[in-house]
Design a protein around this ligand. Structure first.
Ligand code: SF4
Length: 402
């Protein structure tokens, strides 16, 4: 897939949260790029930091308790994290967000039409005072009202909402979950954004409605030539919608590649475990990833995945944080098993040889004297001859906060 200019670039993002248990280092050095007209998915298990990343991009991170400790966010080359006014302006003029739960994202006391009219009235405005609201209500002209209503009906119609005129006069509680989600998409599209963030917008829907919503969203993206960042834990949804995928684990990017690279032959042990965890009709015993996300107030040293990784190398993975190695194909993987410049075929061979999920393998209490595993054949001497890390005491479920 050929790449175009980036519309959005997130660099070295670090976000911490103050909690009763201490400072949680939730997002650690995250880089994400979305090109013009591209749909990028961030996938990972719940609690891995996907939504915190989305909130930071949208300027919606609650601060406190959150704090952006480091990082830069460029939208069409303009830096936003260091300039709140610019961030507000770009957000209201060019960005749209589709939220996860339509029931809590829509106001129960306003009709759909009233909410859509307010979006149209105040879009592009960063600070709206009470005086302006009163002035708008008192000075509302019938012609403007009719124009806004027509625009709302047009969008609801595009999203295949039956009787769009009637829906404008109804409250969210009177609509089904699928209809509410379509209304949320329509509201995100009202401001004619160039860049859309969708935070698990189909999670609360049944699979048939989810399928319809994804079709409608894809149509909108193509019709308006939008760029989109799609947050999901559902790999099937990522396959349906994404051009490229970022796999996120414990607040770090584990692997980046095209949809087919990540879903057909992932290289990072976590990505492989994630793909392997997807239930299949033909297989009943699936090997998944044992354990849970780490405690962010005391994350593991080195690679954050090492306590759960079946290929972990003692003395390396628990000590050194892996950089993101870039293969000759452009795919990037943050794992000590690989190195820069490997071809995909070489990397796939290493993955097939070294990564095998076997329920409980990473947690077996093996003696430290167990024969060491020699990885020098796959990655020069840097990985060295290592003892299995399985012998280390893993973080148990009770040790974690997720
Ligand atoms: S092999 Fe090492 S670096 Fe790679 S995912 Fe496992 S623990 Fe992390």
């Amino acid at each position: 897939m050929s790449r175009t200019d980036p519309i959005l670039e997130l660099r070295d993002l670090e976000v911490h949260f103050d909690t009763f248990d201490g400072r949680a280092r939730v997002i650690n050095d995250v880089d994400i790029t979305v090109d013009e007209g591209e749909t990028v998915a961030i996938v990972g298990e719940s609690g891995c930091g996907k939504s915190v990343t989305a909130e930071t991009i949208m300027g919606m991170l609650p601060q406190p308790p959150g704090e952006i400790v480091d990082g830069e966010l460029y939208y069409k080359g303009e830096e936003l994290l260091g300039d709140q006014t610019a961030h507000e302006r770009v957000k209201s003029e060019s960005m749209g967000m589709i939220f996860q739960d339509p029931m809590t994202s829509l106001s129960p006391v306003f009709t759909v039409g009233e909410m859509m009219r307010d979006v149209l009235t105040y879009q592009g405005k960063t600070n709206v005072g009470w005086l302006e609201i009163v002035r708008n209500v008192l000075g509302r002209r019938d012609a403007d009202e009719a124009e806004m209503r027509d625009r709302s009906v047009e969008l609801l119609d595009q999203l295949q909402i039956p009787d769009p005129e009637g829906v404008l006069d109804r409250y969210p509680i009177e609509l089904s979950g699928g209809m509410r989600q379509r209304v949320l998409i329509a509201m995100a599209m009202l401001g004619e954004p160039e860049f859309l963030i969708a935070d698990e917008p189909t999670t609360a829907l049944d699979v048939t409605v989810q399928d319809q919503i994804l079709d409608l969203l894809t149509e909108q993206i193509e019709r308006e030539n939008l760029s989109m960042l799609y947050i999901t834990h559902n790999l099937g949804v990522a396959r349906r919608i994404a051009d490229r995928i970022y796999v996120m684990y414990a607040g770090e990017i584990a692997e980046v590649g095209t949809r087919d690279e990540i879903l057909d032959e992932p290289l990072h042990p976590y990505s492989r475990g994630l793909v392997d965890s997807v239930p299949k009709l033909t297989e009943f015993d699936r090997d998944g990833i044992e354990g849970l996300l780490p405690d962010y107030t005391d994350p593991p040293s080195g690679c954050r995945f090492h306590p759960r990784c079946p290929a972990a190398m003692s003395g390396t993975c628990d000590v050194e944080r892996p950089p993101r190695y870039e293969l000759s194909s452009g795919q990037e993987v943050a794992c000590h098993l690989y190195e820069d410049g490997l071809s995909r075929a070489e990397a796939a061979e290493i993955a097939a040889e070294e990564i095998e999920f076997d329920s409980g393998a990473a947690f077996e209490d093996r003696p430290t004297s167990e024969p060491a595993q020699d990885r020098s054949s796959v990655k020069g001497e840097s990985a060295g001859t290592t003892a299995s890390i399985d012998a280390q005491t893993p973080r148990s479920a009770e040790d974690t906060d997720e």
